[in-house]
Write a protein that binds this ligand. Structure first.
Ligand code: ATP
Length: 358
């Protein structure tokens, strides 16, 4: 176990900063999700922690110790990448034991440790197979067993579920989440899939263009996003122009009391299930509707022409139907107002852009 701290890390390629003055702490034993759009610097951040990238500025600290210039093989970091990079010419058990062999661990102990891990990951029966004969999900588990075999202090997982089908992903992410908790390893988990991050991670860092927009637990990011970028990235949201003045939140089509400080013009984050279907604040017309598993959502046109996404909450409506909506203005969160990046709710976001991340 270890705490990982990035202190002002910058890594540039040409004139582009892939990672730009990032401060980030991964607490001892936590799983920190790292999410953000393609090219925002997720992999570069991970590679810097592993020691494959040397930052142009800043320090990498493990438990307070500066490891910025320590080579990868001396960092005790386990890696699970998109391509599992298993050795095809070795059995599954030999793959898992490979790192131990490199460390000079004896044959019997290696075999025992590999068997233990394969058992733990529920793939003991695959020990003597070649990786080429395994499914994607099985390879993923072998990759994970191999990374865990050397008992890393820190585990870096870069899109480990890519290419797996939706059912298997769902099962594995629950299992993997509990396994990592059980092992108490400090982990960084890079994914494109914000839902995956919400399920698996204790906290999530949202990256954008080489910088950290916000770090917080899944509920904090969803309920109190620091800005529109985070609100858009984490879950579906309606971002509606709003004015907060004198204890009133005015959305144009409706206004009501709120306990936010006077922030003037900003943007209200309205989640689809914030609308109460059958309420009496505004009436709209259903323009489109779609199923999301158990839930039906509608795109509703408001009298001022804005389209909002609404969870129909069991009250089905057809396209063209009128729908009356209620909204509790006091429960809404406002971002990007002139006087602050995020306001709303009892707690402010754990971090806002530009602040240190703990
Ligand atoms: P993805 O989700 O697509 O994997 P990412 O968030 O992991 O993206 P990075 O791979 O960290 O993003 O890349 C961040 C930026 O740095 C990108 O613009 C990328 O093109 C650039 N970059 C990364 N590695 C190199 C390199 N070795 N040489 C040049 N540019 C690079």
């Amino acid at each position: 176990m270890a705490e990982v701290r990035l202190d002002g890390i910058t890594r540039t390629f040409g004139d582009e900063a892939a990672v730009d003055d990032v401060d980030l702490t991964v607490r001892d034993g936590e799983i920190l999700g790292v999410v953000g759009p393609s090219g925002c610097g997720k992999t570069t951040t991970l590679r810097t922690i592993a020691g494959f990238e040397t930052p142009d500025a800043g320090r990498v600290l493990f438990d307070g110790e500066d490891v910025t210039h320590v080579p990868p093989e001396r960092r005790n970091v386990g890696l699970v990448f998109q391509s599992y990079a298993l050795f095809d010419n070795m059995s599954v058990a030999a793959n898992v034991a490979f790192g131990l062999k490199m460390q000079g661990v004896g044959r019997t102990e290696r075999r025992e440790r590999a068997e233990e891990l394969l058992e733990l990951l529920d793939i003991a029966e695959l020990a003597d197979r070649s990786p080429t004969t395994l499914s994607g999900g099985q390879q993923q588990r072998v990759g994970l067993a191999r990374a865990l075999a050397v008992e890393p202090d820190i585990l870096l997982l870069d899109e480990p579920m890519t290419g797996l089908d939706a059912n298997l992903k769902e099962r594995l992410r629950t299992e993997l989440g509990s396994l990592l908790e059980e092992l108490g390893v400090t982990a960084l988990y890079v994914t494109h899939d914000q839902q995956e991050a919400m399920v698996m991670c204790d906290r999530i860092a949202v990256l954008n263009d080489g910088t950290v927009e916000q770090v917080g637990d899944p509920a904090a990011l969803y309920e109190r996003p620091a800005n529109q970028f985070v609100a858009d990235f984490v879950g579906t949201s309606n971002v509606l122009p709003a004015t907060v003045a004198g204890g009133t939140l005015d959305l144009g089509f409706t206004a009501g009391p709120c306990s936010l400080p006077d922030t003037g013009d900003g943007k209200a984050i309205v989640r689809p299930d914030d609308f109460v279907v059958g309420g009496d604040d505004v009436e709209g017309v259903v323009r489109d509707r779609f199923y999301l598993g158990g839930e039906v959502r509608a795109r509703v046109e408001l009298p001022d022409g804005q389209l909002v996404t609404v969870a129909l909450d069991g009250r089905d409506r057809a396209v063209g139907d009128a729908v009356a909506l209620g909204l509790d203005t006091d429960a809404l969160h406002v971002v990007d107002a002139a006087t602050g990046a995020g306001a709303g709710g009892a707690d402010s976001p754990e971090t806002t852009p530009g602040s240190a991340v703990q």
